[in-house]
Design a protein around this ligand. Structure first.
Ligand code: ATP
Ligand code: MG
Length: 408
């Protein structure tokens, strides 16, 4: 690993160069790439977003961007962050900062021109690496490059002190271990996370939920989660979700069978089949309605799946549960029960291109057949639908309409 980043397409791509040139035009040497983009480029992993650190204050950044025809949005201007959009590509440009005051959740910051001070307030040495526009690397903490080489996650400075400044760093420690770590987590960091885990109580549930999903999205989150459980952090963060063996089975299924990791499905596996626990976790962490519905549907056992199902039972279950819920249940049961991959794949293949059949009879038809308006219509519709499903969706409109009036 050299002290220079091999020049990457995202660094030289039009939009990144435009932004860097605008900043450097104001003052040479005043802007560097930082954080995830530098880290991932060093580790040869895909880059999610490009963060830029600069000595220029936000008002100057805003002026030079506008002069260069680049749009500016004050997304976190009180913390010195502007989102600038060049040719439809967003970049977060943040003025170098040092913490003035921290309370475990948020910080009061002051601007600085000192790269080393900016590095001191970042969480891990690996996340405090900076790259000039030409790729020259800077490692102000002195440990970031070595950590990248060794693939270890080490706090900048004293772990306990850094966690007390922002308890979310406990979860970030496990997230970065899951994604980029190798071997056992750094002992000092791990011990500090365990000792201070109760501090997670003070962190907003939205931040916890978002961090948890990122952790579960790692290629193999199981070792980091086991370390998290052993340190008491998993129980602290998600008392409802501790089925590590279940999660491990799903992760190996994904790997062996070539499925793309799905963080939410992994959370379902970690909770285990428990609709009550699922409801409590999603309510407590304020998951979105869509996330909650998906997790709760996957956990319920009203329309079970099994590898031995006949095709017509699969069609019935698909109709009753929907294809997305059906897929989730197949994956979870396959992971839990194992067995014949061909059999499980047959179930999944039936969801490909599945279109929910439309019943050939509607409420108007039932009324026209002489059923009086009111609750009788609903009753008739339910009777007809159940006969139609029982017929494997083959009954004709004529046959079904005969059921509109019982005994008719
Ligand atoms: P990715 O974007 O791939 O999730 P990242 O490292 O860029 O990873 P971000 O959350 O985008 O993560 O943060 C960008 C950088 O800001 C981090 O690399 C780190 O240096 C710093 N940072 C972010 N959150 C914190 C925090 N809670 N405490 C200290 N530093 C942080
Ligand atoms: Mg980032």
């Amino acid at each position: 690993m050299s002290d220079r980043l091999p020049v990457q397409p995202w660094m030289t791509s039009g939009p990144a160069r435009r932004v860097m040139q605008a900043l450097e035009g104001e003052r040479p040497g005043s802007a560097r790439f930082v954080g995830g983009c530098v880290r991932n480029a060093l580790l040869d992993m895909p880059i999610a977003d490009v963060d830029i650190a600069t000595q220029l204050t936000p008002d100057v950044v805003e002026r030079v961007m506008r002069a260069a025809g680049i749009a500016v949005h004050p997304t976190g201007v009180e913390h010195g962050t502007l989102t600038v959009v060049a040719d439809n590509h967003p970049f977060e440009v943040t003025t170098l900062r040092r913490d003035v005051e921290t309370d475990g959740r948020r910080a009061v910051v002051a601007f600085t021109e000192d790269w080393a001070e900016d590095a001191q307030r970042r969480d891990f040495r690996l996340n405090a690496l900076y790259a000039d526009p030409d790729g020259a690397l800077h490692d102000p903490t002195g440990g970031g490059l070595e950590d990248a080489r060794e693939r270890r996650i080490v706090f900048v400075g004293h772990a306990e002190t850094r966690i007390r400044e922002d308890y979310l760093r406990i979860l970030r420690f496990f997230r970065f271990n899951a994604w980029y770590g190798r071997g056992a987590p750094d002992p000092e960091g791990l011990a500090a996370c365990g000792a201070l885990r109760a501090g997670l109580e003070s962190i907003s549930v939205e931040r916890i939920w978002s961090e948890l999903k990122k952790l579960l999205g790692a290629p193999d989150p199981v070792p980091a989660l086991r370390a998290m459980a052993a340190a008491g952090v998993l129980e602290q963060a998600t008392p409802e979700a501790g089925d590590l063996d279940g999660l491990e089975r799903l992760v190996s299924l994904e790997r062996n069978e070539g499925f793309v990791p799905d963080a939410l499905l992994r959370i379902a596996a970690l909770i285990g089949r428990d609709a009550g626990a699922t409801k409590s976790l999603t309510r407590r962490l304020k998951a979105s309605n869509e996330e909650r519905d998906r997790l709760v549907s996957a956990a319920r056992d009203d329309t079970p799946v099994s590898v031995a199902m006949a095709d017509r039972d699969i069609r019935r279950t698909l109709y009753l549960s929907g294809a997305a819920v059906f897929r989730d249940r197949v994956m979870l049961d396959w992971a839990a029960q194992g067995g014949d991959a061909k059999g499980w794949r047959r179930l999944l293949s039936m969801t490909d291109g599945w279109v929910r059949p439309v019943m050939p009879v509607g409420g108007d038809d039932v009324l026209a057949a002489g059923v009086p308006a009111g609750p009788a219509v609903g009753e008739a519709m339910r009777r007809i639908e159940s006969a139609w499903v029982d017929s494997d969706f083959t009954s004709t409109r004529e046959t079904l309409l005969k059921l509109a009036r019982p005994g008719a």
